[in-house]
Design a protein around this ligand. Sequence first.
Ligand code: SAM
Length: 279
Amino acid sequence: MSAIDDLPPLREVIARHGLAPKKTLGQNFLFDLNLTSRIARASGPLDGVTVVEVGPGPGGLTRALLAGGAARVVAIERDQRCLPALAEIAARYPGRLTVIEGDALATDIRPHLGDGPARIVANLPYNVATPLLTGWLSVEPWPPWFQSLTLMFQKEVAQRIVAPPGSDAYGRLGVLAGWRTEAKIAFDVGAGAFVPPPKVTSSVVHLVPRAEPLPASLKALERVTAAAFGQRRKMIRQSLKGLGRDAAELIAAAGLAPTARAETLSIADFCALARLVAA
Ligand code: SAM
């Protein structure tokens, strides 16, 4: 029995089901149910909320979400070996846990959700964490179907997500995340909390969608940031040449200095460029 429920401790679950962690699946498990409860709490009060969890594994975070009051958890897991352990949790919380076996990158989870509020909470597999996030940030229409995202990343990726203009970590990911959401690092998690421990520190990031991001088309914004940050040390009069428009005219129309570099432009500057490119 554990501190948050009457299910067996995770170490025992893993031993009984033979869940030796696989590196290829980004399996760094959390055994500490106090820590998984802290991650669940970072997403806010869970009453009445359906939580989408990617990669429940042996179910440490899943248990914290259910014990924390989530109305339902819809979890998508690629590793078949985890399904019997997850079935035990589903039996403990009848009707509240749905497990989908599959690849989160290739599965549309929305048909499995009800009409109520939904949030995404996950200790993400690091090998697919960034594509999953950019997929959620690229949902159309916006505001999206989820109220928030509470996600574990390698600290270096977390810093890129919340990076302000002018910082070394500022780039395409920071512009996309900052344009569509308010993103902040909730707390760091040391490598020793995971089994096996990864090489780096991790961070939990909490992102709340903006109701009205600055006007810009996602496609045009991506084109502009790809061009600008593709040559981040060059002045934008050079780096924006590949956009198929007169770079000098674009820059003047956006009211920017031709000698500026990508990392000094604000999100509003990028949106202005994107509107001009799309016009
Ligand atoms: N949630 C568990 C925890 O906190 O201990 C496990 C987290 S572990 C970092 C990542 C989990 O994602 C693993 O269970 C792994 O099998 C699963 N996974 C890896 N790639 C996946 C994918 N493409 N789609 C769904 N799950 C995936």
